[in-house]
Design a protein around this ligand. Structure first.
Ligand SMILES: Cc1cc2nc3c(=O)[nH]c(=O)nc-3n(C[C@H](O)[C@H](O)[C@H](O)COP(=O)(O)OP(=O)(O)OC[C@H]3O[C@@H](n4cnc5c(N)ncnc54)[C@H](O)[C@@H]3O)c2cc1C
Length: 410
């Protein structure tokens, strides 16, 4: 059985590694020239995703991911802040929660390791033909290929998904984010709200504009050496990821059409009344690091019919980054599908069983991403925002502090 995967992103590479570990013949096609060509910065991987990686991939991959990123020590709290830079509500992370935070390029590089003969980089997929004997894949810049099973792991604008479902798999959430990366210079370190050193923060600004800030600082961690995968990647300098999000109607131009420099200017316009600290972070962003990220939801998460073609990750369940679960869910899909393909005699039954499983957990992950967007929209109302800042958050903060003190006394 030969499995063809379109998309060597987080989900597609995890699936290829998991199939390879089970000695199943697999080939991956990606339009990028290599794993280093990837938009986006630091990703949060949930405990469930790490556990899936442990089950599906050789141990060295999880080790390399942990060694190339940070763990729960970098996510002790989550702060809700106002646009003046003050924390309004400090939420402690659940005790014992497992997680890893890793740059997107290191993660993709680790997941692509040892697969030079399996991944075809720089190949742009166009369409497939499903036949009784297999699936033929057609590319814009390479000869066609035949596989037995096709997996669309080609992300949010999936062409495999569009052909399989007869419609796009994603619909716009009406919100666009502009994200960038800023090196953590001494000047920025000194000026930051100290709560950001305990974990990420979300700023609720006026007019429905919100922003997410998180520090990614690998200094002080241990470096693994040796081995193809884990000799990588503790080379990232400490940086801050920032992402400002607002409804499309608030932007002065369509962010998708702006250059990186114009996106920085647009961001500064959106946060012009905010604390100078937030503005300084954007002003000092790494050149060309700002990019626009439209937020998506699945157009419909419903079963589809095919004995040979399936979808994983954003190709079937795109979700806004607000719960930080998109990559994690793609990893869980990949390991679930690989296990079913390895243990089910008929591949068509494996695809069916995968769909049933995925349609149980993926809608929950999508739902987790909704509330922050709903609240961001509600806080566009100035009265509601001021009430929340002056009454609700201080009260919630006092309650959490009291609960923590009470627990430590008993
Ligand atoms: C700003 C931002 C922050 C995020 N933060 C988090 C986070 O903290 N935690 C988290 O879990 N998720 C996060 N996400 C979501 C996460 O990035 C995605 O859910 C995840 O990358 C999905 O993986 P995937 O494999 O499905 O798709 P992708 O990783 O997008 O991979 C798709 C691949 O398909 C390839 N491709 C597409 N079309 C073609 C074609 N025609 N031919 C050949 N190749 C093709 C692309 O080159 C790409 O490599 C974030 C997203 C954004 C935008």
């Amino acid at each position: 059985m030969r499995i063809g995967i379109i998309g060597g992103g987080i989900g597609g590479l995890t699936l290829a590694q998991a199939l390879r570990a089970k000695n199943i013949d697999v080939i991956v096609f990606d339009r990028d020239p290599g794993p280093w060509r990837t938009p986006g910065y630091r990703l949060h991987l949930s405990g469930e995703a790490l556990s899936a990686l442990r089950q599906g991939l050789p141990e060295r991959f999880e080790q390399a991911i942990r060694a190339s990123g940070t763990g729960p020590e970098a996510f002790r709290t989550f702060s809700i802040m106002d646009h003046r830079g003050k924390t309004q509500f400090l939420i402690p992370s659940p005790a014992g929660e497992d997680l890893a935070m890793i740059g997107r390029v290191p993660l993709r590089t680790i997941l692509a390791a040892e697969m030079e003969d399996i991944i075809r980089w720089g190949v742009r997929y166009e369409r497939y033909e499903e036949r009784e004997s297999g699936v033929r894949l057609y590319f814009n810049n390479a000869a066609s290929e035949k596989v037995d099973i096709l997996v669309g792991a080609d992300g949010v604008r999936s062409l495999v998904g569009r052909q399989l479902l007869g419609r796009p798999s994603a619909k716009s959430a009406g919100i666009i984010g502009i994200a960038g990366k800023t090196l953590l210079t001494d000047a920025i370190r000194i000026s930051l709200n100290k709560d950001l050193y305990q974990g990420p923060g979300f700023v609720i600004g006026p007019k429905g504009v919100g922003a997410f800030y998180t520090i990614h600082d690998l200094s002080g961690g241990s470096v693994l050496d040796g081995g193809t995968t884990n000799s990588l990647i503790r080379t990232e300098e400490p940086y801050m990821v920032w992402s400002v999000a607002a409804p499309l109607s608030i932007y002065s131009a369509d962010p998708a059409k702006l250059t990186s420099g114009q996106l920085m200017e647009e961001t500064l316009r959106l946060i012009r009344d905010w604390s100078p600290v937030y503005r300084q972070i954007v002003q000092q962003a790494t050149p060309n690091s700002a990019a626009a990220f439209p937020f998506w939801f699945p157009a419909a998460l419903a079963p589809w019919m095919s004995r040979r073609v399936t979808l994983i990750g954003d190709a079937i369940h795109p979700m806004p980054p607000t719960a930080g679960l998109g990559a994690s869910t793609a990893i869980i899909d990949a390991v679930t599908l690989a296990q079913l393909l390895a243990t089910t005699t008929d591949a068509a039954d494996a695809l069916k069983a995968y769909q049933t499983e995925m349609l149980k957990y993926a809608p929950r992950a999508v739902d987790e991403a909704r509330p922050p967007l709903i609240w961001q929209q509600r806080f566009a109302n100035p009265l509601l925002r001021v009430t929340a800042m002056q009454v609700f958050f201080p009260a919630a903060n006092a309650f959490v502090k009291w609960k923590t003190q009470f627990k430590s006394r008993t």
